[in-house]
Ligand binder design. Sequence first.
Ligand code: NAD
Length: 418
Amino acid sequence: MSTGPNEQAFQNVRKLISDVCQQMNIAEMCRVRLMECERELTVHFPVKMDDGEVKVFSGFRVVHSDSRGPAKGGIRYHPDVTLDEVRALAALMSLKTAVVNVPYGGAKGAVVCNPKTLSQGELERLTRRYAAEIAILMGPESDIPAPDVGTNPQIMAWIMDTYSTGRGYSVPAVVTGKPLEIGGSKGRFEATGRGCTVSALLATKHLGVNPREATVVVQGCGNVGATAAELLAGEGCRVIAISDSKGGVYNPKGLDLEGLLAKKKEIGSVIGFRNAETVTNAELLELKCDILVVAALEHALVKANAPSVKARIIVEGANGPTTPDANKILCDKGIFIAPDILANAGGVIVSYLEWVQGLQSFFWDEAEVNNYLRKLMTNAFAEVLHISQHDKVDMRTAAYMSALRKLAAAMTIRGVFP
Ligand code: NAD
């Protein structure tokens, strides 16, 4: 797992985009455009801290592509985030929105900060100033942020309020992942974990694995990982291990998830949970299981640990958790991978549904949202699996092919201005 500056991330995504474009004979004018991000904004802005000191923070907002619709992507607050990483995540968003067929492009934003060390007041002032700085890009028809690592619905509410104040009227559709009280969608909070669960179940069906006999290991006990663990347990799977940044817990007979998640809420970690042995983050990834959900940060699976992975199915809840080297090793071992741009697209799907509901000022019940999510995920999974089997390529390449075909079609039809 990379914790330091990651200057390789965008290069990895660019190489895959370029290779797949060439493999598919996609027009050169599309390939070269997709290799770059369309817009990149870096901001350095002051924030008054509680002790009266003024600190300068750096932030980014990058739009990779808006060929298929308004740019869409989360905002990350993390001390190690870099512009390069934001570029990579923005490009993954363009691919993700295309693979699941929602009419959006791709973007990503970030502020270099550790939200855990900021007070609520500092977090609000930082967020509002960052929102004001990137407002020139934002808009319900141009670029629509959402939560990512280190941000949450409250932060989206502050962004929406700051943007609306600048306009002089309320613009709820400028962000998604908002609290329900100001136009959020039911089911949005669990959407990414739910999408991972749908992907995992479709993968078990494809491989003839009975979910009721399947064991599950989850890396990351946040929004995505904890939700996927709970929903998979609800489907009858046995969740045997889960981790957070401090380490993991393991019980081959199955974890008491309800108690574990309550404990995590109380003390901020899964470590020390009763009836389970402690494992390191490295050991957790190498546990024998049917389904491994990687739902922490980038580069969890790398060349060094890929040969030791014993899962049958890997579901990429996180963005970019597998390096290209590791992907090859895992595919050669016959492990079925539901790749990030497919497996974790549940969040952007329900973000899209939130945006649609907001624009219509007509809100749906949770069952309707979840049904739509399941339908879009299932269609996308079937399309990617079909490409993988028909063209004899791994699932990641197939997902890129599905996405790049749609992106190239949109770019070709729109043409080049002027
Ligand atoms: P989160 O902050 O809620 O949770 C992240 C979890 O990972 C935390 O429990 C943290 O302790 C843990 N973690 C960090 N480093 C770890 C390590 N080395 N080993 C094990 N665990 C570690 O974030 P999230 O919203 O759940 O996002 C997780 C991943 O999913 C990110 O890559 C994010 O980009 C991706 N993602 C999130 C969404 C969404 O809707 N939240 C959508 C698509 C993709």
